[in-house]
Design a binder for this molecule. Structure first.
Ligand code: FBP
Length: 333
């Protein structure tokens, strides 16, 4: 690491060239604010058990998940922070059925899609959790929420924050994928993982094997292949699964291999994916591709999937390019 590592805001200014001038200021404002919100969320997570902030609030969110107190707190914290930037026209959040309109920023304002607290099932057991975000152009639409709909290739920027032993922020504006670590003393994110390049092939796969009986036959055969001993091709791969997409994707970006959450194919006529396209799968797809990896649904590139609903779900197989290509091959058989 450099003696005096670059801060997030300094790094954002080096990335301006990747953005249209109109959007550059708003992207920097929103990403800078998300960095500050992340430091606040990290603090709150560290004190949650002491502040009676663990457990459920009762009721379900837009996608039927039981809602935790920190899910609601995280959502509200994100809403007020983004509103203050004056650069965000609307927020599509896991915790709100409809987009939160913010009526700000003019033609080049941004629509943010976010999962304020990802991996909620880990909250009460002190496991790693995260925040996932994606920035799209509002094109001056009013209401602006509908501007979030469309292909993953429409994203201007994407990123996540991982709240683990350290707090890490990883983002892209389409010019590589870069990682920062929070300095708790100053609340600053410092550049610790510039220009992340995912290994071409890995040795680890992450998937909830408890769902094996619901998988597509190609998915089942692929995981059997990964588990089969063969020295020449570095198999068997090891299984690692944290229960939080952010933590599993972060490991995959740095160490290579795969993170997979395939659809439930119990009814082949109606496969049922779990993870949400706009604020989980598409942003992770952009980050992984910008790090030299691949992100597929098993049938197509994740970034080509067109969102027509705010809480639409999509299957995902992402990671090292050669491993994902192999998975796609098994799906084609
Ligand atoms: P939320 O916690 O934001 O709803 O996210 C969904 C998620 O927790 C992912 O982070 C994770 O990869 C997956 O669901 C775990 O699902 P499962 O418990 O079915 O393996």
């Amino acid at each position: 690491m450099a003696d005096s590592p670059m801060t997030l805001s300094e790094h954002l200014s080096t990335q301006q060239a990747a953005l249209s001038t109109e959007h550059a200021r708003n992207v920097a404002a929103v990403l800078g604010r998300i960095g500050r919100v992340a430091a606040v969320i990290a603090q709150e997570l560290a004190h949650a058990a002491l502040r009676d902030q663990l457990g459920y609030v009762g009721g379900a969110n837009a996608t039927g998940d039981q809602v935790k107190k920190l899910d609601v707190w995280g959502h509200e914290t994100m809403v007020s922070a983004l509103r203050e930037t004056g650069a965000c026209a609307a927020l599509v959040s896991e915790e709100a059925a409809d987009p939160v309109e913010m009526h700000a920023g003019g033609t080049h304002a941004l629509v943010v899609c976010a999962d304020p607290v990802d991996g909620s099932s880990n909250l009460d057991v002190n496991g790693s959790v995260g925040t996932i975000f994606s920035l799209r152009p509002s094109r001056g639409k009013s209401p602006a929420g509908p501007a979030a709909l469309g292909a993953g290739t429409d994203q201007i920027a994407a990123g996540y924050v991982m709240y683990g032993p350290a707090t890490t922020l990883v983002y892209t504006v389409g010019r590589g994928t870069h990682g920062f670590t929070l300095a708790p003393e100053t609340g600053e994110f410092l550049l610790t993982h510039p220009d992340i390049h995912i290994p071409k092939r890995g040795k680890i796969y992450g998937i909830n094997e408890g769902n094996v009986n619901t998988w597509h036959p190609g998915q089942r055969a692929f995981v059997e292949y990964l588990k089969t001993k063969d020295k020449a091709s570095g198999r068997p791969y090891s299984l690692r699964y944290s229960g939080a997409m952010v933590a599993d994707v972060h490991r995959t970006l740095l160490d290579g291999g795969l993170f997979m959450y395939p659809a439930d194919w119990s009814d082949p006529a109606k496969p049922k994916p779990k993870l949400r396209l706009l604020y989980e799968v598409a942003p992770m797809g952009l980050l992984v591709e910008q790090a030299g990896g691949r992100a597929s649904t098993g049938f197509e590139r994740v970034l080509d999937v067109v969102a027509t609903e705010y809480h639409q779900r999509a299957a995902v197989i992402l990671g090292s390019p050669e491993d994902v290509a192999m998975a796609d091959e098994f799906y084609r058989r």
